[in-house]
Design a protein around this ligand. Structure first.
Ligand code: FMN
Length: 390
């Protein structure tokens, strides 16, 4: 019986090979940023109000004028086919059925057109990595626009790939090669191994299609890891605008100064994010820097946040701190890795349920009722004795 995202995580760990699970679950270097991301939510504590009418309660919101059932977006994650065949399609379907947007990674293992076909009514967002050959990004923008994707997430925190020690130790390299270690790993996880064998080799299909060649995973994953455009700068938002007419969100902002630059250069929004602790090994958690960034730009642009959201109540904390919503990275991945579409849908339903329970317990009927008065930081209590005054 699963009753939390943590339960789905354990189920995913049992099913996946060590190599696949560590790729999903791990962080950069010693995992300090990853751990801090989840711990930071525990430092923010609710201050509920009571005896409020909560007979009606809704977490519904809007992203850029489109309705969403809750302030959550299924975030972009690459190589999802490593966890379950056609996982991108399944995640998009689960999100669409739950009334949430889904963001597809440039490094997806499904074609963006196939994801659209799997979720014809869904609010789909496209995540963009910009490689040295700008023609690839331009073609992905053109295709995503033609397929009706509403919003572009320009990821800016991956000029190079973070140092992920677990992947090195596991010999994680694309395409996967059958080393004695991987064979032993596969034998310990027969269901995953059989499924992977049946579904054929993993391919970064979007990139391959836009390069205009047969999908060659080793070539295209090398392109992704070594051929990022290191010259990408703020003025390139003009170049993005020339190829994308929808909304543009800059993903991977961790300072108020960069948030201000994003606003100045015409971004419609930002995602406060450290890439789930997978890039720099040691950073503040996004939810720690969120209040300062909301102070700087929150009234002028959409501020989203991700990293460490494992409960519906975590999403509410982010909203109370001024975010318009959160992106979910690993949480739905644990679901899809544990049990395909049912697992992904299960995680989203669970988190939405947790959110509504917490809203009622806080005395909030809608997200508009929620604000800074409902939240405080445990460190302030310890350091300044705020409990005497609240
Ligand atoms: C397995 C995995 C793959 C990811 N791939 C991408 C990607 O291709 N593009 C991107 O912008 N972010 C990527 N991310 C980062 C997520 O979009 C998101 O920022 C992060 O996972 C949020 O943290 P959380 O996992 O704690 O929720 C990836 C994250 C994971 C866990």
């Amino acid at each position: 019986m699963v009753s939390s995202v943590a339960d789905y995580r354990l189920a995913a760990r049992r099913r996946l090979s060590r190599l696949a699970f560590d790729y999903l679950d791990g962080g950069a270097e010693d995992g300090d940023a990853l751990k801090r991301n989840t711990d930071a939510y525990k430092q923010w504590l609710f201050k509920p109000r009571v005896l409020k009418d909560v007979s009606i309660c809704s977490a519904a919101t809007q992203f850029f004028g489109r309705e969403a059932a809750a302030p959550m977006i299924v975030g972009p994650t690459g190589l999802n086919g490593l966890f379950w065949p056609r996982a991108d399609e399944l995640l998009a379907q689960a999100a669409s059925r739950a009334g949430l947007p889904f963001a597809l990674s440039t490094a997806s293992t499904s074609l963006l057109e196939d994801v659209r076909a799997a979720a014809p009514q869904g609010d789909l967002w496209m995540q963009l990595y910009v490689q040295q050959d700008r023609g690839i990004a331009e073609d992905i923008m053109r295709r995503a626009s033609a397929a009706g994707y509403s919003t572009l997430l320009l990821t800016v925190d991956v000029p190079v790939h973070g140092k992920r020690d677990h992947d090195t130790r596991n010999g994680f390299k694309l395409p996967l090669r059958l080393t004695p270690k991987l064979i032993a790993d596969c034998m310990m996880h027969p269901h995953w191994s059989m499924q992977m064998a049946r579904s054929g080799s993993l391919q970064l299909k979007n990139i391959a299609k836009s390069v205009g060649e047969r999908a060659d995973l080793s070539r295209h994953s090398a392109m992704l890891s070594r051929q990022m455009d290191l010259n990408l700068g703020w003025t390139d938002l003009d170049w993005v605008r020339a190829h994308w007419t929808g909304k543009v969100i800059v993903k991977g902002v961790m300072s108020a100064d960069d948030a201000t630059l994003a606003l100045k250069h015409g971004a419609d929004g930002i995602v406060v994010s450290n890439h789930g602790g997978r890039q720099l090994g040691s950073t503040f958690a996004p939810v720690e820097v969120l209040p300062g960034i909301v102070d700087a730009v929150g009234s002028d642009m959409t501020v989203l946040v991700d990293g460490g959201v494992r409960r519906g109540s975590d999403a509410l904390k982010a909203v109370a701190l001024g975010a318009s919503g959160v992106l979910l990275g690993r949480a739905p991945l644990y679901g899809v890795a544990a049990n395909g579409l049912a697992g992904a849908a299960g995680v989203l339903a669970l988190m939405m349920d947790e959110m509504l329970i917490a809203m009622r317990l806080l005395g909030c009927q809608t997200l508009a009722d929620l604000g800074p008065a409902f939240i405080g930081n445990a460190n302030d209590v310890v350091n300044h004795g705020l409990h005497c005054r609240t």
